[in-house]
Design a protein around this ligand. Structure first.
Ligand SMILES: C[S@@+](CC[C@H](N)C(=O)[O-])C[C@H]1O[C@@H](n2cnc3c(N)ncnc32)[C@H](O)[C@@H]1O
Length: 242
C-alpha cells in the first residue's frame, strides 16, 4: 500500500459523482421504484451474519449501506464508509448523525484503488450499487479488486449488491426497457445530469449476469462466491470469501 502517495492515474467517474445533486437519495428510490432500500438491507444482513467487528462500506456515497448495517446490528461493530466524493460523504455524515447514540460509524475520503487501511484490517467489506462502477470498463478494475482483497482478513467477506441480468430472455428485455424508458428519463429529469444516467443505463445493460460476476470474483482471487438473485434477477447480492 502506498498510503501517502497521490494516485497518479486519472480517477474514472469522479466528475460524475462529485456533480451528483442534492436529490441523490430520492433519485435512487424513484429509479428503483423504492426497492433499493430493501436490496441494501439484504446486503447489510448478509454482512452481519458472521458478526464482523470491523466493517468497511466502499463507495459508500451518502452512506445508506453503512447506516443500514449500523441500524440492523444488535452489537456495536466499527463501521467505516469510504468514497472519493466529498459532497456524498458530507451527506453521509449528516445522516449518520441522526443514528442512535453510541453507534460507531465514520466516513473517510479515499480512492478505492488506494485505501488508507492496513492489510487484513476488516472482517467484512460491503459495496452497494457501485461494484459496476469499479469494474465495468474501469481502467483501475484490478487495483480495486486487489485493494479489497488486501484490506480483508483471510476468511473475511466481500458483500456486494448490484444490478444484474435477469435469467429469462423476456425478463431481460423488460429490464432493459425499464432502464431506457424509466431509469434514464426519471434520473435525468430529477438530476439534470444526462451523463450520469446515460452511463448508468449503458453500464447496467451490459453488466455481468450473476453467474458471470461469480466467476469474475473467483478469478480475482476469492476462495468462494455465492449469489442470490433479487427481483427476477434485475439485481443480486453476492458474498465472496477471501
Ligand atoms: C452509484 S453510487 C453508490 C452509492 C451508495 N453505495 C449507494 O448505495 O447508494 C457510487 C459511489 O461510488 C463512488 N465511487 C465510484 N468510484 C470510486 C472510486 N474509484 N473511489 C472511491 N469512490 C468511488 C462515487 O463517488 C459514488 O458515491
Amino acid at each position: 500500500m502506498a498510503e501517502n502517495q497521490p494516485l497518479q492515474k486519472p480517477k474514472p467517474l469522479h466528475r460524475i459523482f462529485t456533480a451528483i445533486p442534492e436529490r441523490y437519495d430520492l433519485i435512487n428510490h424513484v429509479i428503483t421504484l423504492g426497492m433499493d432500500t430493501g436490496w441494501r438491507k439484504q446486503a447489510a444482513l448478509a454482512c452481519l451474519t458472521s458478526r464482523p467487528q470491523r466493517i468497511l462500506d466502499i463507495c459508500c456515497g451518502t452512506g445508506d449501506l453503512a447506516i443500514a448495517i449500523a441500524r440492523l446490528a444488535d452489537y456495536n461493530p466499527e463501521i467505516t464508509g469510504v468514497d472519493y466524493s466529498q459532497p456524498m460523504l458530507d451527506k453521509a455524515a449528516e445522516k449518520a448523525g441522526k443514528l442512535a447514540e453510541g453507534k460507531n460509524i465514520k466516513f473517510v475520503n479515499s480512492e478505492i484503488a488506494q485505501l488508507p487501511f492496513p492489510d487484513g484490517w476488516f472482517d467484512c467489506v460491503g459495496i452497494s450499487f457501485a461494484f459496476r462502477n469499479l469494474t465495468y470498463k474501469n481502467p483501475l478494475v484490478q487495483e480495486h479488486l486487489d485493494e479489497v482483497l488486501r484490506v480483508l482478513r483471510p476468511g473475511g467477506k466481500y458483500v456486494i449488491v448490484e444490478s444484474s441480468q435477469p435469467k429469462s430472455a423476456l425478463m431481460r428485455m423488460l429490464d432493459h426497457l425499464y432502464l431506457r424508458l424509466w431509469v434514464f428519463p426519471s434520473g435525468l429529469l430529477i438530476s439534470g445530469n444526462k451523463a450520469a444516467y446515460k452511463y448508468l443505463v449503458e453500464s447496467a445493460e451490459h453488466f455481468f449476469s450473476a453467474e458471470e460476476a461469480q466467476e469474475f470474483l473467483i478469478k480475482a482471487g476469492f476462495k468462494q462466491a455465492a449469489y442470490k438473485r433479487l427481483f427476477f434477477g434485475a439485481a443480486a447480492v453476492y458474498v465472496a470469501i477471501k
